[in-house]
Write a protein that binds this ligand. Structure first.
Ligand SMILES: [Zn+2]
Length: 202
């Protein structure tokens, strides 16, 4: 069992169940990381079965068997778009033109000692939405939510977990996306200055 979508990007995984949300974001795979895992119901089914088994292991909660129809596939893509939008526009309300998602049900399940677990509820993709928003809440309460990011390279957008001390990371991988951006900025400066010459040593 593994987080197969995130593994394709070689990114650091988010802790515990938050990695399920990172997985969903990484099913979109631009650049050279492979195809979109939500393009066909078969691919989506394979991905989701594996991801839910992994989530169940790390969260200690049971996961249902979700069978993906083509309607579910569209709903899953919408869910992915919603979270992409949430993360890309975090702290920038002027950019966020999307409506907030509707209320999401979860179950609160206390044990005999009074400890409460938040358990996703609902059927099909609604269950998935419940699980993802529950993980978002847990991450927000743990203070790690702002560390789940999308790579600033618009052609990449891999979801990564930023472990830098001051949470300042912007690239999923500095040596690839970071260098590409540096090179582009260097060429642009050169063009504006009307200069010519070699490319910098990176
Ligand atoms: Zn990247």
């Amino acid at each position: 069992m593994s987080w197969m979508a995130s593994a394709r990007h070689g990114v650091r995984e988010a802790p515990a169940g938050l990695a399920l949300l990172q997985e969903l974001l990484n099913t979109r795979a631009p650049m050279a990381y492979g195809g979109d895992l939500l393009l066909s119901a078969d691919d989506a089914q394979r991905w989701l079965t594996e991801a839910l088994a992994t989530w169940s292991r790390v969260s200690g909660l049971p996961s249902p068997t979700l069978l993906i129809s083509s309607t579910d596939l569209r709903a899953m893509r919408r869910l992915r778009n919603t979270f992409e939008n949430v993360i890309l526009t975090a702290g920038k309300p002027e950019l966020n033109g999307a409506l907030p998602p509707a209320d999401v049900p979860v179950s609160l399940v206390p044990d005999s000692d009074g400890w409460v677990r938040m358990v996703p509820t609902g059927r099909g993709v609604r269950w998935l939405a419940s699980a993802l928003w529950a993980e978002a809440l847990l991450a927000q309460q743990a203070g790690v939510w702002p560390r789940l990011k999308l790579c600033h390279n618009a052609e990449c957008r891999a979801a990564f977990f930023d472990t830098s001390r001051n949470n300042s990371g912007v690239w999923h991988d500095v040596s690839t996306c970071g260098n590409t951006a540096n090179l582009r900025a260097f060429r642009e400066r050169k063009r504006l200055m009307g200069g010519s010459g070699g490319v910098p040593q990176l």
